[in-house]
Write a protein of this length. Structure first.
Length: 150
């Protein structure tokens, strides 16, 4: 994928590829570019059958980041992904939910799907200064609504 756009929260961001760490956890995008989103390259490409995972920071050491307003999305909002093949896959938001990182529902978020699904993930909840991490994750669940040439 090339770009992610979410008009309702003014997101227009390029993609980088993401991998898993040694513990099998999704690595976050580099924090030095606050407008960068990451796509988990081990999952489905956005617009293809299966679950596509896209992650972005809510903030960085230097200030707000690309997914600062992610938790404000509502059911029916649209999320578009410009793909490498030139098509634009447009997804409709189903739900926006917040989960404790300690009790994150891996299967529900990352599990296989027969239809094209999109998950947008960022941090949420309180910031733990000792752990240098947030206590929760905000997850947007969305499904493919249309796909067309740009």
């Amino acid at each position: 994928p090339k770009r992610l756009t979410i008009p309702s929260i003014a997101v227009d961001a390029p993609f980088t590829a993401l991998t898993l760490d040694a513990k099998g956890q999704l690595n976050a995008p580099a924090a030095d570019n606050s407008n960068l989103v990451g796509w988990y390259q081990g999952g489905a490409t956005p617009g293809e059958s299966g679950t596509s995972i896209v992650a972005g920071h809510v903030d960085t050491k230097t200030g707000p980041a690309v997914f600062l307003q992610l938790s404000t999305l509502k059911a029916g909002n649209t999320v578009s992904v410009t793909r490498d093949d030139g098509t634009v896959a447009t997804f409709k938001v189903d739900t926006v939910e917040t989960f404790s990182k300690a009790e994150f529902p891996d299967e529900r978020v990352y599990g296989e799907a027969a239809t094209p699904q999109l998950r947008l993930i960022t941090c949420g909840g309180a910031y733990n200064k000792t752990a240098k991490d947030y206590t929760d994750n905000v997850v947007v669940f969305a499904h493919l609504a249309s796909s067309k040439r740009a």
